[in-house]
Write a protein that binds this ligand. Structure first.
Ligand SMILES: *[C@@H]1O[C@H](CO)[C@@H](O)[C@H](O)[C@H]1NC(C)=O
Ligand SMILES: *[C@@H]1O[C@H](CO)[C@@H](O)[C@H](O)[C@H]1NC(C)=O
Ligand SMILES: *[C@@H]1O[C@H](CO)[C@@H](O)[C@H](O)[C@H]1NC(C)=O
Ligand SMILES: *[C@@H]1O[C@H](CO)[C@@H](O)[C@H](O)[C@H]1NC(C)=O
Ligand SMILES: *[C@@H]1O[C@H](CO)[C@@H](O)[C@H](O)[C@H]1NC(C)=O
Ligand SMILES: *[C@@H]1O[C@H](CO)[C@@H](O)[C@H](O)[C@H]1NC(C)=O
Length: 254
């Protein structure tokens, strides 16, 4: 077994190819393990890990050294495989990790780690206030604004049921992101604002009954609108259930 494994490793060495960069996404606070995919056997083995070109951990079997140079509470190196584990990750752990493995020949693996900050639930507010515009002409639209504050690498999207209406993305730095949505009053569709990164998502549904009241202030009109809205939501929920059923049936059919 060991022989075969070693033989394959040697072949890899002969071709001398550096592995492609592996992309690893982690949620802040979670752990991540970067695998070397080797077994350290009795043979002379040297493994060293670098983070952004700084040596952080290594193994040298001949010198009988297994060590971590930084943040020993969170960073561990496995003395049987040389794999690196980082616990309780923070966004500052993001970057390029490179491991050089020398067993007869040298091979290198490169990992590009992205640690995502915790993902906030979006907030939805009404953008236009009744008092400002309703006096001139009755406002016919309800403008909502969905926001997430102080985020990085997050996409914010509005959905109408399951169809995407619009989206916008935050880059690397901590910024506020917001995305407007213009609705008719008496809208009865199910809208949602979703913040997501490559790992997770958070959804918020606007409370249309509270946020999208017409500005006229005429109670009768309002009551009617709310009633119509409620009926509409019931209809939409039934619609969603039905279409879900269809999809399930589809799957079973295949
Ligand atoms: C994780 O790290 C944060 C700081 O980055 C610290 O406040 C927290 O106590 C740590 N949690 C654990 C379980 O070590
Ligand atoms: C690492 O990956 C991120 C996106 O996942 C990319 O923006 C960055 O340029 C990559 N870094 C390197 C050095 O390739
Ligand atoms: C933004 O988030 C970062 C870390 O996620 C934090 O250090 C910083 O204090 C936050 N800034 C504000 C204004 O909340
Ligand atoms: C949402 O979808 C419904 C039909 O499914 C459509 O009538 C309505 O205009 C859509 N709303 C938006 C804001 O696109
Ligand atoms: C994001 O919004 C918060 C709260 O409204 C504000 O304090 C902060 O300055 C904003 N940050 C940026 C980068 O605009
Ligand atoms: C949000 O995440 C869940 C799983 O956690 C997934 O089923 C759902 O499709 C995701 N929604 C979006 C809009 O990405």
């Amino acid at each position: 077994m060991v022989f075969i494994f070693y033989f394959i490793k040697s072949l890899t060495g002969v071709f001398g190819v550096e592995d492609k960069v592996k992309f690893v996404d982690v949620m802040e606070g979670d752990s991540v393990t970067l695998l070397t995919d080797v077994n350290i056997i009795e043979k002379y083995t040297v493994i060293f890990w670098k983070f952004e070109n700084n040596l952080i951990a290594g193994i040298n079997t001949q010198a009988n050294v297994v060590g971590v140079l930084c943040d020993k509470d969170r960073v561990k190196i496995d003395d049987r495989t040389g794999s690196l584990t980082i616990t309780n990750t923070s966004t500052t752990d993001s970057g390029i990790y490179r491991v050089d493995i020398i067993i007869n020949k040298k091979s290198t693996k490169v990992f590009n780690i992205t640690v995502y900050a915790s993902l906030p639930v979006p907030e939805i507010s009404r953008e236009t206030s009744c008092s400002s515009s309703s006096e001139i002409s009755p406002v016919s639209k309800c403008e909502l604004l969905c926001s997430v504050l102080n985020v990085s690498r997050v996409t914010l999207s509005w959905y109408n049921g399951t169809s995407l209406i619009s989206s916008t993305s935050a880059s690397d730095s901590h910024i506020n992101v917001s995305l407007p949505l213009e609705l008719e009053y008496e809208e009865s569709n199910i809208y949602s604002c979703v913040s997501h990164n490559s790992i997770r998502n958070q959804t918020k549904h606007p409370d249309l009954g509270r946020l999208c009241q017409p500005c006229s202030g005429k109670t009768n009109h309002t009551v009617l609108a709310v009633a119509a809205g409620t009926l509409g939501i019931v209809a939409a929920v039934v619609g969603v259930c039905v279409s879900r059923k269809c999809r399930n049936t589809d799957k079973e059919g295949k």
